[in-house]
Design a protein around this ligand. Structure first.
Ligand code: GRG
Length: 297
């Protein structure tokens, strides 16, 4: 899927390192055995680790070091992302039985423990940030940025619009805002966090943020498209019931061909941002390869 060799090597190395890091650090972080098991179950279920990988790639690109502190910040983002998936799958929200090809957390451990495992991961994410080893000033800025991205101005607000918006069709501007908050905010945080860590000047951090904002939107559009195109493949061109029933998606509001164009625009904006950075002598080859993810077959 990712053709760029350098990016593939980067992803291979750091996803392995992130997995070992998460495996080693998680059991030591909680005392209750059931809670510990429920938290580990979802974190170690094998996600793509996209957000922490993007964060590490932007740190590298900005000339920063991928050291123990950077790892702890990247891993904390994966904890927070995993909390959001556990809660998103709950009966009160998406009511999903499967996640990452395995029973969802509440199917395996029951609703109460799934809610608490999510709460535990969200809280632990901030403990890992606080103990990352960066200076107080950097930790404070990272904490503020993550809380803003994940909280009521970001991901939580997007989730509320999504859950409540199910009852009424959103317009395009509302859909874009929903995705910017629900999926985009955490992805945009990867650029904000890397810029805080490497102390980038605003002239460069703003361009990385532009890249990440467009990447976040492209990621959601691609996910929506895969739902429809994958289902078409599976069912001999008949659109899958779940994909077509979900109202607030790009294909349902923009139509299939306009959605493909929207994806191309977002990926193009990502490329423009990287070209701009390259002109400022910033190494962007690993990040360029991340855009291979958006190929449609
Ligand atoms: C419960 C407050 C709260 C928020 C949930 C992100 C989110 C908000 C819900 C996920 C809904 C969803 C399936 C969105 C589509 C795009 C997306 C974010 C997919 C999941 O992220 P991946 O693909 O997952 O990075 P893996 O499993 O690879 O980590």
């Amino acid at each position: 899927m990712i053709k760029n060799k350098k990016t593939n090597l980067f992803i291979e190395k750091y996803s392995k390192d992130l997995n070992s890091y998460l495996k080693k650090q998680l059991p030591q972080s909680v005392s209750n055995l059931n809670l510990s098991e429920a938290m580990q179950y979802s974190v170690l279920a094998g996600g793509k680790r996209l957000r922490p990988l993007l964060l590490l790639a932007i740190i590298k690109s900005s000339g920063g070091k991928i050291d123990e502190s950077a790892f702890k910040v990247a891993a904390s983002l994966e904890l927070l992302h995993t909390y959001s998936l556990i809660h998103d799958d709950l009966p009160a929200m998406d009511n999903d039985d499967l996640r990452r090809g395995m029973p969802t957390n509440h199917k395996k451990f029951g609703e109460a423990l799934a809610i608490l495992a999510g709460d535990g991961l969200l809280t632990l994410a901030f403990e890992w940030l606080a103990t990352s080893g960066y200076s107080d000033q950097v930790v404070s800025a990272l904490t503020q940025a993550l809380a803003h991205a994940a909280g009521p101005a970001g991901m939580v607000a997007g989730q509320v619009s999504d859950v409540l918006g199910e009852q009424n069709q959103l317009n395009f501007a509302q859909l874009k805002q929903l995705h910017k908050q629900k999926t985009g905010a955490l992805i945009t945080y990867t650029a904000q966090a890397a810029a805080i860590i490497t102390k980038l000047p605003a002239s460069q951090s703003n361009v990385f943020i532009e890249f990440a904002e467009n990447f976040g939107l492209a990621f959601q559009i691609y996910d929506d498209l895969q739902d429809v195109l994958g289902s078409q493949k599976d069912m001999g061109k008949a659109v899958h019931k779940d994909a077509s029933e979900h109202k607030n998606t790009y294909p349902s509001i923009r139509g299939l061909s306009q959605t493909k164009k929207d994806l191309t625009v977002c990926v193009g904006n990502c490329r423009d941002a990287l070209n701009n950075l390259e002109k400022q002598q910033i190494q962007v080859d690993v990040l360029q390869g991340f855009l291979d993810y958006f190929q449609l077959d």
